[in-house]
Write a protein that binds this ligand. Structure first.
Ligand SMILES: NC(=O)c1ccc[n+]([C@@H]2O[C@H](COP(=O)([O-])OP(=O)(O)OC[C@H]3O[C@@H](n4cnc5c(N)ncnc54)[C@H](O)[C@@H]3O)[C@@H](O)[C@H]2O)c1
Ligand SMILES: [Zn+2]
Length: 340
């Protein structure tokens, strides 16, 4: 699959990472960037390549890690002809993309995403960057990778909780774009995807197409790309307040957004979304403290002239964006919680 974003081409390959890297190295000088979990879980993949191994986790998605990567690149004599290849989850692909866009004012970059979330979301679309303290993704650039290599065999070592996290984004894609994929998810437990690599590859392909179609039509998030924020307004607020994984936070966000949709668009399928989330071991109607959440959302509101552009659903597969005031939202959230 090939995608053209803003005149820059990204090619997606499906195959074996080890042989892909061997072929690539005949044409390019490559440096791999990964984290300790991947390095330990797949030692044969990294054997014989120059590799920068980082500490794993969001905690290390900070500028200080970028500085360490740059020092190691200098030690390795990386130059403008060097290609950086990020092998890992979204933390690694975000940081590799960022370093590639600033090292020597830009070197080429490709990704081998190894988590479901990185495969269907983080490694696609060119956004990259780091957190600054608690501010997530505050600093970064937009730079499209030259290639993505999907090797689903690498997922064998992905922890169960990370599978569930990644499926939250797949459910999001189904909600905003694909009613037939939604039905397929309803009919298929997570264990089936884990046991059937061909079926899983097909699902990943579908999700890559959904995200890239949206990104290509709106690379700078002026219109359609906002749909990808379905469940994320409330989700991000919850993620910042509690020790909650991104997948769980947006699962709650999608549930509340579908309830808000019921009021604003007449959306009728809240139950289907709640049941699907439960099937993938994701939460739905979790209780949260209203005041701090509304304070965070009110900060968002200032950026958008008095209201929040909330991503809603008309029906499964048909998104809609409507301006809603924080006062209205607060009343709706309160009503939902009083019925729990
Ligand atoms: N750039 C974007 O458009 C975009 C979109 C969505 C998310 N993101 C970013 O992505 C990040 C989240 O990505 P993530 O969920 O992949 O997190 P992650 O990179 O932290 O990976 C999750 C955990 O799984 C481990 N892991 C990954 N693949 C593995 C494998 N195959 N085997 C064993 N362990 C493995 C990692 O070491 C880590 O401990 C966040 O920083 C988020 O901001 C970016
Ligand atoms: Zn997300």
């Amino acid at each position: 699959m090939k995608f053209d974003v803003d005149g820059k081409q990204t090619t997606c390959f499906f195959g074996q990472a080890k042989s892909f890297l061997k072929d690539l190295s005949q044409r390019k000088k490559i440096v791999l960037i990964t984290d300790e979990h991947l390095y330990k879980a797949h030692p044969r993949l990294f054997y014989s390549w120059k590799t920068i191994v980082l500490k794993p986790g969001e905690k290390y998605k900070q500028q200080s890690t970028i500085d360490q990567i740059i020092s190691q690149l200098i030690e390795m004599s990386a130059d403008r002809q060097t290609m950086l290849v990020g092998v890992g989850g979204g933390v690694i692909t975000d940081m590799t993309g960022y370093v590639a866009s600033i090292y020597m004012r830009g070197v080429s970059v490709g990704f081998i995403p190894t988590s479901i979330l990185a495969m269907v979301d983080a490694s696609l679309g060119g956004k990259n960057g780091v957190d600054v303290g608690l501010y997530k993704n505050l600093v970064g650039t937009i730079r499209q990778p030259e290639f993505l290599l999907y090797d689903v065999s690498l997922l064998k070592t992905l922890p169960q909780a990370e599978w569930e996290n990644g499926f939250a984004e797949i459910i999001k894609h189904a909600c905003i774009q694909d009613p037939s994929m939604f039905r397929q998810l309803e009919a298929t437990p997570i264990a089936t995807w884990q046991k059937k690599p061909l079926l899983l590859t097909d699902l990943i392909r579908k999700n890559v197409r959904i995200k890239m179609k949206i990104v290509m039509s709106d690379p700078y998030e002026k219109n359609e790309r906002k749909w990808l924020n379905f469940g994320h307004t409330l989700g991000h607020a919850l993620e910042n307040m509690h020790e909650l994984s991104h997948g769980k936070a947006i699962a709650i966000g999608m549930t509340y957004a579908s309830c808000v949709s019921m009021i604003y668009t007449g959306f009728k399928s809240v139950d289907r979304i709640v049941d699907l989330l439960a099937k993938y071991n994701l939460p739905s109607f979790a209780r949260f403290e209203l005041k701090p959440v509304m304070d965070i959302l009110a900060m968002d509101k200032k950026k958008q002239e008095g209201h929040i552009n909330y991503v809603l659903l008309n029906k499964i597969g048909k998104p809609d964006i409507q301006p809603i005031t924080t006062k209205e939202l607060s009343q709706i959230f309160e009503r939902i919680q009083s019925n729990l």
